[in-house]
Write a protein that binds this ligand. Structure first.
Ligand SMILES: *[C@@H]1O[C@H](CO)[C@@H](O)[C@H](O)[C@H]1NC(C)=O
Ligand SMILES: *[C@@H]1O[C@H](CO)[C@@H](O)[C@H](O)[C@H]1NC(C)=O
Ligand SMILES: *[C@@H]1O[C@H](CO)[C@@H](O)[C@H](O)[C@H]1NC(C)=O
Length: 780
C-alpha cells in the first residue's frame, strides 16, 4: 500500500513536472514558430550594442569580423565551429542553425528552416535532374531567384535560415546512383552552367552588390562523391580511386565553375575518401584548391558529420581531437553537427591545433553571415528584402514557374506515327494507369519541402478529358492487378501509363542494383498495351534511367516520355505536353544504358575512360561507345529543326614561341596555357561558329542547339564533348543564326594523363545535329 501511495505521489509529481516542461517547451515552441527572425546587433532593442564595431554597418566586413573575433573567448569561438552555432548573449548574438536546404524549393530538411501555420508550404520545383533536361540556363537562374525570395520571406518571419546547402553538382557518373536525381546529370559543361546559374539565382541581390548575399548557396559534395550504398560499399567508408585526368576533366569542373564563376559562398566536402584521404581532411583539396586556386569567398563545411565519420568509421585518425584538428588545418571552417564543437577545446589544449586556426575558420563563417545582413539588425527594417513575408511564398507566378519548369524539362523519347499530342476531342475516355498515375510526394523527390499544393498526373489529365484510373500496382509492383488494369485499358480510347520509381527505389543511401523497371512493372505495361484500342503513352517518372528496350520496341506503345520527378505541378505539365498545349523540348542529361552495362561495370570503378585490356566500356556519352537505350541529348519535339554551320574555320594555327620544341619536332599536343593562348588578337585564341537553325515544321517550339566537338585521339580524349548549348524558341518555318564563341585553349582543349590542359594537334569535328564540320589545329 505504502509503495502504491508513493507511486501515486510520484505520478502526481511527474504530471506537474510534465506540465511545467510542456509549459516551457510550448513557450519555446511558440517563439520558434512565431514571427521574429533570428539576427544579431539588435541596436533598437539593446542600445548598448550600438557602440560595437562589428555591429557598425558602415565599416567593411573584414574589420567587423576582426572586431567580433577579438571579443570572443576560446570557448565562445568553438561554439561557432558547428552547424548549431551557440549564441553569445552578452554581445547580442543569438544561436543560429546553419543547416538549411533548397535543392529545388525551400526544404525543411536540416532543421534551419521549417513550415508552420504562417508559411505552411513553399513552391516545389521539379527535382534538379528534370530541370537540367531543359538545358535552359535562364530557367536555372529564374528558379534560384524564386527560391531565394521565398527563403528571405520565410526568414523574415522566423521560418528559415539564410545558409542553404544546395546545389548538388556531383557528376551523375553511374545510372544506379540513388542521388543522381539531385544532380544536373552526367556532363561537366551542363553541370557547370547549372551550378553557376542556380547559385547566382540564390545569391545575387537586387542591385548586384558582391558584398551582399540574398541567401548563401553551397556547392556539394566535394569531390568525386557518387556512391551511396551499393552492395557492400558504403559512402562513409568508400575510397574513390580517381586518376588526375578524370579529376581534372570530370569531377572538378562543376565545383570550379561554381566557385570561380558563380562566386558561391560555400563548398561542402564529402564523406568519401579520394585516393586514400577523406576529402574533409585533405589540405590540398580544401586550402590548396578551393581557397588557394579558386579563391573561395566564403566557408567550407563538412557533410553531416564527415569529421565524425573520418574518425569513427574510417579510422583515419587515432583520436577524435586529431580528426578535428586535421580537418580545421586542412581548411574546414564549419562542421555539420556537434563533433568538432565537442572535441576542439581538447584539440587546442593538447596542441594539435592553435587558436589562430580557429580564428581563421570562424572568420570565414562570420564574414558569410555579415554578407547576409545577419549582423545588421532587424531584417524587417532592412532595405533589401525587409518587406518580404508569407504573401511572397507560393504566389501564382512562382507556382506557374514550377509548372513551366516541369514542361520545359519533360523529354519525349518516342512518338510513333505522330500519335502525340493526343487530341482531346478524339478521346471520350482516357485510362490512366500505374503506380505513379496519381502520385503526390513522389513528384517532389528528395530534399523536398512541403509544396504549396499538388496536381497529380491523373488530376492534370482529367482537367482536359474524362479519365478513369487504376493503380495497377504500387511502385515495387510485386503483385500487379493485371486484370483490372487491362479491362480499364480495353474500354478506353487512349491509355496513359505512369510508371517508374520513387524514393523506395532510389535515394540517398540507396543505390539501385539493376536498371529494370521495378518488380513486375514491365509485365503490367505489356499486358495493358496488348489490349489497348488506341494510343498508349508510357510515362516514366524517375530520377535515374531505366532499360526500357521492351517499350521502345513494342509497336503498341506509341509514345514514351520521361518526366523526372516533376515537382508540385507535375500533373499539369504532363497534361500540357500530352495534349499539345506545350511542345516538348527537354533533352536527356544522362545516358540510358542497357541492363548489360551495369552487369559489366562495378559502381565503384571511378574511371571515365574505357579500358580495352579488360573490356571496361567507359562512362557517359563522352567515353562510352557501346549501345544505349537512349543517348545523352535525346529528346523529340512535335516539330523538326534543321541545322547548318554557316561559318567556322577550317584551320586554326597556333603561333608558338620561336624556341618552342613543337616547332622543330612533331608533337601530339601543346600546353593550353602560354603566349600562344594569351597573345592572340582579342586576348585569347578565339573563333566564332555561326550556325543556322530552322524550324521546318508547322508549329512553334523551343529547341536546344548542341555544339559538340570530337578532338583528335590523343591523351584518351573524349569521343565527343559539349562545347556549348543554347536554348532557343522558333515559330513555324522560322529560322535564326546562333553564334558560339569558341576559346581554343579553354573550350577545345583536352586534359592529359596528369591532369594538364592540352591542345591536341590534328583533325577535329564540330557537330551540330547531324551536321559535321572539319577543323584542323596545327602549329605555325
Ligand atoms: C598556428 O598554427 C598554424 C598552422 O599550423 C601555424 O602556421 C601558425 O604559425 C600557428 N600560429 C601561432 C600563433 O602559433
Ligand atoms: C488522387 O490523389 C488525390 C491526392 O492525394 C486524392 O485526393 C484522390 O482521391 C486520388 N484519386 C483517386 C481516384 O484515387
Ligand atoms: C527559358 O526559361 C525562361 C524562364 O522560364 C523562359 O522565359 C524562356 O522562354 C525559356 N526559353 C526557351 C527558349 O524556351
Amino acid at each position: 500500500m505504502a509503495s502504491s501511495s508513493l507511486t501515486e505521489r510520484n505520478r502526481a509529481l511527474f504530471s506537474v513536472s510534465t506540465l511545467l516542461l510542456c509549459f516551457l517547451l510550448c513557450i519555446s515552441e511558440q517563439s520558434n514558430a512565431q514571427s521574429s527572425p533570428v539576427f544579431a546587433c539588435d541596436v533598437t532593442g539593446n542600445p548598448s550594442l550600438a557602440g560595437l564595431r562589428f555591429c557598425n554597418t558602415g565599416l567593411n566586413i573584414k574589420s567587423r569580423v576582426t572586431d567580433l573575433v577579438g571579443r570572443l573567448t576560446l570557448e565562445e569561438k568553438i561554439g561557432f565551429l558547428g552547424s548549431n552555432a551557440i549564441g553569445v548573449s552578452r554581445l547580442g548574438i543569438p544561436a543560429y542553425k546553419w543547416w538549411s536546404e533548397a535543392l529545388h524549393g525551400v526544404s525543411n530538411v536540416g532543421g534551419g528552416s521549417s513550415f508552420s501555420g504562417q508559411v505552411p508550404g513553399a513552391t516545389s520545383f521539379p527535382q534538379v535532374i528534370l530541370t537540367a533536361a531543359s538545358f535552359n540556363v535562364s530557367l536555372f537562374q529564374a528558379i534560384g531567384k524564386v527560391v531565394s525570395t521565398e527563403a528571405r520571406a520565410m526568414y523574415n518571419v522566423g521560418s528559415a535560415g539564410l545558409t542553404f546547402w544546395s546545389p548538388n553538382v556531383n557528376i551523375f557518373r553511374d545510372p544506379r546512383w540513388g542521388r543522381g536525381q539531385e544532380t544536373p546529370g552526367e556532363d561537366p559543361e551542363l553541370s557547370s552552367k547549372y551550378a553557376v546559374a542556380y547559385v547566382r539565382g540564390l545569391q545575387e541581390t537586387d542591385g548586384g552588390d558582391p558584398n551582399r548575399l540574398k541567401v548563401a548557396a553551397c556547392c556539394k559534395h566535394y569531390t568525386a562523391y557518387d556512391v551511396d550504398n551499393w552492395k557492400d560499399v558504403h559512402r562513409f567508408t568508400f575510397n574513390a580511386v580517381v586518376n588526375q585526368q578524370d579529376m581534372a576533366d570530370t569531377f572538378q569542373p562543376p565545383f570550379k565553375s561554381c566557385v570561380v564563376d558563380g562566386n558561391v559562398a560555400s563548398v561542402m566536402c564529402s564523406y568519401n575518401q579520394v585516393n586514400g584521404k577523406p576529402t574533409c581532411a585533405d589540405p590540398d583539396l580544401l586550402s590548396g584548391v578551393i581557397r588557394g586556386q579558386w579563391k573561395l569567398n566564403g566557408y567550407i563545411v563538412s557533410d553531416c558529420d564527415s569529421v565524425d565519420v573520418l574518425y569513427t568509421k574510417q579510422h583515419y585518425t587515432k583520436t577524435p581531437e586529431e580528426a578535428v584538428a586535421k580537418s580545421i588545418l586542412a581548411g574546414l571552417d564549419l562542421n555539420c553537427d556537434h563533433f568538432t564543437g565537442q572535441y576542439a577545446m581538447k584539440a587546442v589544449k593538447v596542441g594539435l591545433v592553435n587558436e589562430t586556426a580557429i580564428d581563421k575558420a570562424i572568420s570565414n563563417n562570420f564574414a558569410t553571415l555579415m554578407r547576409l545582413g545577419f549582423f545588421d539588425g532587424d531584417p524587417k527594417k532592412q532595405q533589401l528584402y525587409g518587406g518580404l513575408g508569407p504573401n511572397d511564398v507560393c504566389t501564382a507566378n512562382n507556382q506557374e514557374l514550377a509548372r513551366d519548369a516541369a514542361r520545359q524539362g519533360i523529354v519525349l523519347l518516342k512518338n510513333s506515327a505522330g500519335s502525340l499530342p493526343l487530341s482531346p476531342s478524339a478521346i471520350k475516355t482516357l485510362a490512366v494507369i500505374g503506380p505513379n498515375a496519381n502520385a503526390t510526394e513522389t513528384m517532389i523527390g528528395n530534399y523536398n519541402g512541403i509544396p504549396c499544393k499538388y496536381t497529380t498526373p491523373l488530376q492534370g489529365l482529367a482537367e482536359t478529358v474524362s479519365s478513369t484510373y487504376q493503380l495497377g500496382c504500387n511502385v515495387a509492383c510485386a503483385e500487379p492487378d493485371l486484370g483490372s488494369a487491362a479491362a480499364l485499358a480495353a474500354s478506353a480510347d487512349a491509355v496513359v501509363l505512369v510508371m517508374g520509381a520513387d524514393q523506395s527505389i532510389e535515394q540517398e543511401n540507396l543505390d539501385r542494383l539493376d536498371l529494370y523497371l521495378p518488380g513486375k512493372q514491365q509485365e503490367l505495361v505489356t499486358q495493358v498495351a496488348k489490349v489497348a484500342k488506341g494510343p498508349v503513352v508510357l510515362v516514366i517518372m524517375s530520377g535515374g534511367a531505366f532499360d526500357i528496350t521492351f517499350a521502345k520496341n513494342e509497336e503498341k506503345i506509341t509514345g514514351i516520355m520521361w518526366v523526372g520527378y516533376p515537382g508540385e505541378a507535375g500533373g499539369l505539365a504532363i497534361a500540357d505536353v500530352i495534349f499539345g498545349r506545350h511542345n516538348p523540348s527537354g533533352n536527356l542529361p544522362m545516358t540510358w544504358y542497357p541492363q548489360s552495362y551495369v552487369e559489366k561495370v562495378p559502381m565503384t570503378n571511378m574511371n571515365m575512360r574505357p579500358d580495352k585490356s579488360n573490356g571496361y566500356p567507359g562512362r557517359t556519352y563522352r567515353f562510352y561507345t557501346g549501345e544505349t537505350v537512349y543517348a545523352f541529348g535525346d529528346g523529340l519535339s512535335y516539330t523538326n529543326f534543321n541545322h547548318q554551320i554557316l561559318k567556322a574555320p577550317k584551320l586554326v594555327s597556333l603561333d608558338l614561341d620561336e624556341n618552342h620544341a613543337c616547332r622543330s619536332s612533331e608533337c601530339q599536343s601543346v600546353d593550353a596555357i602560354g603566349p600562344h593562348c594569351d597573345n592572340a588578337v582579342g586576348g585569347g585564341l578565339n573563333f566564332e561558329v555561326q550556325l543556322k537553325v530552322r524550324n521546318v515544321g508547322d508549329r512553334e517550339g523551343s529547341h536546344t542547339v548542341f555544339l559538340f566537338t570530337t578532338p583528335p585521339e590523343v591523351h584518351g580524349s573524349p569521343r565527343k564533348h559539349l562545347l556549348g548549348f543554347e536554348k532557343i524558341r522558333l515559330g513555324e518555318k522560322e529560322e535564326t543564326v546562333i553564334r558560339f564563341n569558341v576559346d581554343v585553349c579553354k573550350d577545345l582543349s583536352v586534359v592529359d594523363e596528369i591532369g594538364k590542359r592540352k591542345i591536341a594537334l590534328g583533325h577535329y569535328l564540330l557537330h551540330v545535329g547531324s551536321f559535321k564540320h572539319s577543323l584542323t589545329i596545327s602549329v605555325s
